[in-house]
Design a protein around this ligand. Structure first.
Ligand code: AMP
Ligand code: FE
Ligand code: FE
Ligand code: ZN
Length: 283
């Protein structure tokens, strides 16, 4: 499989700005050999991505970025190659998406007291049935001219420390790993050393996740701090975990570019070996 491997991207099925078809075209254009589609809490983009990759030579790794809550922290868990018809996954992700929808309504209601922002403005920024998040509210705030960019919205009105923030339901990281493994998937902790948060999960908790079937750590990611990466390398050695690198591409929603961080073919092979739920789609 020639070409670079990028295992973390988002389409308009969640908070990316490109449809799965457009995302696959961008991945081909970027010269990738393999790309994982990892929308937040949804597999709804998989079939469109496979169809778009047909005949291009690109390999598509079906995946998802599962939301989990660890105390007050939101911890993201990448899940690869699980069975998308697994009952546990279907029920839990539906629960999370429903919680996200009502949470977005609560945020917009609060913002609406201070700004001329309505629920319809947010719906206009999201795909039907897609996973709603703060990025869609950010896009509505940009469309209304209250902020210049998603970035600015996250630094001001949508900041988690701000008065409009609301949490949403998500399982614990441990339950997330168990659920992914039960569906035949390979769980990889996403950007675990994000600025200011790299001590959120102790070595002991990571050890518990490994015992439950955690396969890897996403170390090469622009949001991981350099100090954090060093600790993650130690953990990867200690627990024999797969090291991945990825862009976390969101189209124009973030500066992250496809292929800016990549995963080795050996690491991808270990992820494929660990998963029994479904196979990569070779386009
Ligand atoms: P939520 O899950 O609804 O709380 O929103 C978090 C999502 O917002 C993450 O998946 C990120 O992709 C996105 N996000 C976080 N910070 C920023 C930022 N500064 N600019 C653009 N998107 C961001
Ligand atoms: Fe996102
Ligand atoms: Fe994430
Ligand atoms: Zn992501």
């Amino acid at each position: 499989m020639p070409g670079a491997i990028d295992l973390h991207t988002h389409s308009s099925v969640s908070d990316g700005t490109e449809t799965p078809t457009e995302l696959i075209a961008a991945a081909v254009e970027a010269g990738l050999g393999a790309v994982a589609l990892t929308d937040h809490d949804s597999t709804a983009g998989w079939s469109e991505a496979f169809a778009a990759a047909e005949g291009t030579g690109l390999t598509v790794i079906p995946g998802m970025e599962l939301s989990t809550n660890y105390g007050p922290a939101s911890v993201h868990m990448l899940a690869y190659l699980f069975d998308p018809t697994d009952g546990g996954i279907i029920a839990e992700t539906a629960h999370i998406r429903d919680g996200r929808l009502h949470r977005a309504e609560r945020i917009v209601e609060k913002i609406g007291k201070d700004y001329d922002l309505h629920w319809d403005d947010v719906l206009a920024q999201s795909a039907d049935g897609g996973t709603l998040g703060r990025p869609h509210i950010a896009d509505a705030l940009v469309a209304k001219g209250f902020v210049a960019s998603r970035e600015e919205a996250f630094e001001s009105i949508l900041n988690w420390r701000g008065p409009y923030y609301e949490k949403y339901y998500a399982p614990s990281p441990l339950d997330g790993v168990r659920m992914i493994v039960a569906a035949g998937g390979a769980p990889v902790l996403a950007h675990p050393a994000t600025r200011g948060r790299y001590r959120v999960m102790s070595d002991q908790i990571i050890g518990e996740l490994v015992d439950a079937g955690l396969v890897g750590l996403e170390i090469h990611h622009r949001d991981n701090t350099e100090d954090g990466k060093e600790r993650l390398y130690e953990l990867a050695r200690e627990f024999d975990l797969v090291v991945t690198g990825s862009s976390d591409y969101h189209g124009t929603g973030k500066p992250n570019r496809l292929g800016e961080n990549t995963t080795s073919p050996e690491s991808l092979a270990r992820i494929i070996d660990a998963a029994t739920g479904t196979r990569p789609f070779v386009g």
